[in-house]
Design a protein around this ligand. Structure first.
Ligand code: SAH
Length: 398
């Protein structure tokens, strides 16, 4: 068990002026650690990972950000009305009250500016914000995704009805104020739901998606598909995962919980063949587009529950040399883990956004013949309590 030593528990000596500067901290609740200086946040996360995973292996020093502000490439604002005025911001934790927010220390600043412009335009066009109690009004949310390296910007206006009064004047007014916007989409959500996006989308301007560069590859990002929200740290994380896999060029690699195929596509040039499995059909569509966009031919994606896919693969006697897995916060299912052990890949690279479920899954795998060889935390979400970790496991031959 790795001891938590003094080096990890840094004293609160750094200047706290820059921290504790968000006026919305208490009501918003999004940045749970923002009253700590960044160095201290990193040691807090390091200690958390050591406590949960230190019994399996030494935990390397967490990789933080040089500039841990405005890193979010995806920004969402809820719209409502307060004392007759249209407002935009975030929902107060566990309520449906909107806390007005014009700028946020972790969100992209350009996206925040566009949201303020949209709010002013709605006022001048005399269009109404939605009220989720009376189910009246028009604009529910604005979602913005920005490609930091491509420069492309997508604006998604989530409305309660598909009819957009003065649509073309509105689109022109928005574009004249922000010519940097590359596409505008209207999404309709008329349900009583806490989900932001509804079923139907309609492109009002541009292609309806953006593209972004990551680790030398190009990826399509559509309104609904999952894409990592901190591109700088995503490169750090993916490079670590691929380094841990130590591919020689001949391996069969399984990218489980692959989303839009990013990790598998980036790893494909170091592997013989890659198989990706993902539950979300929209993400799998994007994954196939992304493979074509990068002329990657040694990859194949399956839309399936990763657990069921693994059970079938084990029954069919498939062989994978390396499995990279990146499950959601709940971790992997028992079906998945059992079949993983049956399939017996030499290496498992386990990426996790929740060290608690990762600890549970590592406990299973280490009892079934795997040994943890490396653990690397990466700070993907500065100022929040979340921490991402990547662990390498190898199969023990006894
Ligand atoms: N590796 C990707 C996505 C990680 S997020 C990336 O780095 O971008 C986790 C992904 O697991 C999401 O895309 C989610 O849709 C998918 N997922 C959730 N439950 C799943 C399941 N039971 N089977 C397969 N995929 C699942």
């Amino acid at each position: 068990m790795q001891p938590v030593n003094k080096k990890h528990v840094k004293k609160h000596t750094e200047n706290v002026a820059k921290a504790d500067r968000c006026p919305h901290y208490k009501k918003c609740g999004g940045c749970q650690l923002q009253n700590m200086p960044y160095e201290r946040q990193l040691s807090f996360k390091q200690v958390k990972v050591i406590k949960l995973l230190g019994r399996y292996h030494h935990v390397c020093e967490i990789i933080g950000m040089q500039d841990p502000y405005h890193y979010r490439n995806k920004v969402q604002a809820a719209f409502g009305t307060k004392r007759g005025e249209i407002i935009s911001g975030v929902y107060q934790s566990s309520t449906h009250n909107i806390v007005p927010v014009d700028s946020c220390m972790i969100e992209d600043q350009k996206a925040d500016e566009i949201i303020v412009t949209i709010r002013k335009l709605f006022k001048s066009f005399k269009l109404k914000a939605f009220n989720d109690v009376t189910m009246q009004g028009f604009l529910r949310h604005v979602l913005i995704k920005r490609g930091f390296s491509s420069g492309e910007i997508m604006v998604v206006l989530v409305t309660s009805s598909p009819d957009f009064p003065k649509e073309s004047q509105f689109v022109n007014a928005l574009l004249s104020r922000h010519p940097e916007i590359t596409t505008i989409v209207q999404n309709t959500n008329n349900k009583r739901t806490s989900l932001v996006l509804g079923e139907q989308s309609r492109v009002l301007y541009g292609s309806g998606y953006i593209e972004e560069d990551l680790c030398g590859f190009r990826f399509r990002i559509s309104p609904k598909a999952f894409y990592q929200i901190n591109p700088t740290q995503t490169e750090v994380l993916y490079n670590k995962a691929i380094e841990f896999a130590e591919l020689s060029g001949n391996e069969t690699l399984l990218d489980a919980y692959c989303g839009t195929g990013t990790i598998g596509i980036i790893a494909s040039r170091h592997a013989g063949q890659v198989i990706g499995v993902e539950l979300n059909a929209d993400a799998v569509k994007d994954a196939n587009v992304n493979a074509k966009l990068n002329s990657v031919e040694n990859i194949k994606f399956y839309c399936a529950d990763a657990g069921k896919f693994m059970v079938e693969a084990a029954n069919c006697g498939e062989k994978y040399d390396v499995v990279i897995m990146d499950p959601p916060r709940a971790g992997a299912s028992l079906d998945f883990l059992r079949s993983l052990v049956t399939l017996a890949p030499e290496k498992v690279v386990y990426i996790s956004c929740n060290p608690e479920t990762q600890a549970r899954d590592l406990s299973f795998l280490t009892r079934k013949g795997y040994k943890v060889r490396r653990i690397q935390p990466v700070d993907m979400f500065p100022h929040t309590e979340h921490v991402e970790t990547v662990a390498l496991l190898t199969r023990q031959t006894n």
